[in-house]
Design a protein around this ligand. Structure first.
Ligand SMILES: [Fe+2]
Ligand SMILES: [Fe+2]
Length: 198
């Protein structure tokens, strides 16, 4: 499994695109849980980029304007997602969802074609790995703090054997799976990271 920042960010983009497609196809009853999961994942991803990745983009790659632009687009996407959330059950839901998905698609396209290549050029291979671990650590912390999986996640706590494992057992599994940032993770963070292994 690739653990550099660029691969981790792209993987998370693909995961969110899958959720967008699920939400488009979902009936009224399944919308709320999916919107909550998308909200939690999108916020965690954006915060981790803003905290760890964009500062590197601004410094090492000298792309301050791009970093600012990216942060602005995160705010815009979050605003559009709030509209989606407010329109669950409304006939205008589909239109709001299309607008949100289009805004994220535009941002992801720019990130993958400009921002991430600039970072790849600006920092070395080792630093990309370090940046990947830092990104993943913040992302999982944010995701845990959101508590989305207790409220509406697809895997409620206690329904798989990970929740029954000790931290040491989880750590050994994380070692095998080569999960970045594992030595700084608490039990819940390790569970979340292991569940995300596809
Ligand atoms: Fe991103
Ligand atoms: Fe982004």
């Amino acid at each position: 499994m690739a653990t550099d920042a660029v691969s981790l960010i792209k993987n998370d983009h693909r995961r969110m695109e899958k959720l967008f497609a699920e939400l488009k196809a979902a009936g009224d009853g399944d919308r709320r849980a999916l919107v909550e999961e998308i909200h939690a994942r999108l916020s965690a991803h954006s915060r981790a980029e803003e905290t760890e990745v964009y500062p590197v983009l601004a410094k090492a790659a000298g792309e301050e304007d791009e970093a600012e632009h990216g942060t602005h687009e995160h705010r815009e996407a979050e605003h559009k997602l709030r509209k989606v959330r407010n329109l669950i059950g409304s006939p205008h839901f589909g239109q709001a969802l299309d607008e949100f998905v289009a805004a994220v698609a535009h941002h992801v396209q720019e990130e993958e074609s400009e921002l991430l290549p600039a970072i790849e050029k600006g920092v070395g291979k080792k630093d990309l790995e370090r940046l990947g671990a830092a990104f993943e650590l913040i992302r999982l912390e944010e995701l845990n703090a959101s508590g989305y999986d207790q409220a509406a996640g697809s895997i409620p706590p206690g329904t798989d054997d990970l929740a029954e494992s000790t931290r040491d057992e989880l750590y050994r599994k994380a070692q095998k799976a080569d999960i970045p940032g594992r030595s700084h993770m608490n039990k819940n963070e390790l569970i979340e990271a292991l569940r995300e292994q596809d």
